[in-house]
Design a protein around this ligand. Structure first.
Ligand code: SF4
Ligand code: SF4
Length: 369
């Protein structure tokens, strides 16, 4: 995928849109999750291109140099397209995701196709949302570890193999190119988190925000406070980093159905009700029902006037929503494996309109109240 030349600075579109930080502060932050172990490069480039044009504040990708390069290409292509069409544009932050300890986001499915019975109707292939299962088995670069194929094999042949990020190999390369970092963790992984942070720390001054993604568990709030003390020690003389809590309700399930959004909302309410300092952003089960539901519960900001200090404790609301499997599944039938989507104008704008149908309800929550 050869990189295309970037536009000179003076030809870039002038932004009339809020910056990602302003979106966080006003509760309208939209993040696209490409998937912590999703490595299908043309699809990542297209997803980044389309959601950047649709107004995403952040594109979250695997901490893999090739994936980061593909996402950056998509974001740069969006900037060129916006300039060509005199379209308001705000470059989204690029976030990379890493794992502290074992984490299901970094697993991939595996089976030996040689032992599959010839009569098998191949339910694994049908259920895979990423078209990652072929006659030859699982295509590792496409599998993002959602786990749906595991229980459907009548012979129980599919297993999950852990693919932890080899951080020391990639930290410098990806963190110097990223605007933001996400660390996936679970209650009880404190030592693994500490070790990870030691590797990351030298590069943290480049970052606008650190996101901590954690599912619910007993002792969650205390665990998150311990992590925050590592990231932002009281004695720190450097500028305090912005911290965001990603409430990972029901991981990788947003495209399954309406009800999946409830776990993420419940978890966000729990974090908001605590005295944890940091922005709160939903993920895990988010879909088209999430923003309307948050609005109905008065959890999104009502107006820009009362949106200050959203990361402080007290009168706090949700800062934004991250969409993963739902956002990807929405677009994949349209964009498929098209290379250089920006050169297929009709398809590009159809995809942007679909992406906007997910972005706009969140962005409009401020003005509609
Ligand atoms: S169903 Fe999920 S875990 Fe299984 S191969 Fe497809 S993406 Fe990977
Ligand atoms: S469902 Fe099981 S047996 Fe059938 S093709 Fe998939 S892995 Fe093989």
């Amino acid at each position: 995928m050869p990189p295309k030349n970037l536009l000179p600075e003076n030809l870039l579109p002038k932004s009339t849109k809020p910056s990602p930080l302003q979106s966080l502060q006003s509760g309208t932050w939209f993040k696209l999750i490409c998937g912590a172990s999703y490595q299908e490069l043309p699809a990542i480039r297209n997803l980044a291109l389309v959601y950047s044009l649709a107004g995403a504040d952040c594109i979250d990708v695997a901490a893999d140099p090739a994936v980061v390069a593909a996402a950056k290409e998509g974001i740069a292509a969006a900037e060129r397209v916006a300039a060509e069409h005199s379209r308001p544009y705000q470059r989204p932050w690029l976030m990379v995701s890493m794992s502290a300890g074992e984490d299901p986001h970094f697993r991939k499915a595996w089976f030996d196709p040689a032992v599959c019975p010839a009569l098998c109707p191949r339910p694994c292939e049908k259920i895979c949302p990423a078209d990652a299962i072929e006659v030859g088995g699982v295509v590792g670069d496409r599998c993002y570890g959602c786990g749906r194929c595991l229980p459907v094999c009548p012979w129980g042949l599919i297993e999950a193999k852990s693919h932890p990020t080899r951080l020391s190999d990639v930290a410098r390369q990806v963190l110097t190119q990223a605007d933001a970092l996400e660390i996936h963790t679970q209650v009880g992984q404190f030592e693994a988190f500490k070790q990870l942070w030691q590797v990351i720390k030298p590069w943290s001054h480049n970052l606008n925000i650190i996101s901590i993604s954690c599912p619910d568990a007993e002792g969650l709030i205390g665990y998150l406070k311990d992590l925050r003390r590592i990231i932002v020690p009281h004695s720190s003389s450097v500028k305090a980093l912005n911290v965001m809590w990603q409430t990972d309700g029901r991981p990788m399930s947003g495209d399954i159905g309406k009800g999946t959004t409830h776990a993420a909302i419940r978890l966000a309410q729990k974090v908001i009700a605590s005295d944890l300092i940091g922005y709160v952003q939903l993920a895990g089960g988010t879909n088209q029902y999430t923003a309307p539901k948050l609005n109905a519960l008065n959890l999104l900001h009502k107006s820009p006037e009362n949106s200050r200090n959203n990361c402080q404790t007290g009168d706090r609301m949700v800062s934004g929503v991250a969409y993963g499997s739902f956002a990807r599944c929405l677009l994949m039938p349209v964009i498929g494996q098209t290379l250089y989507l920006e050169e297929v104008s009709l398809t590009l704008w159809k995809a942007v309109a679909i992406a906007e149908s997910l972005v706009k309800p969140l962005k409009q929550s401020v003005v509609s109240k």
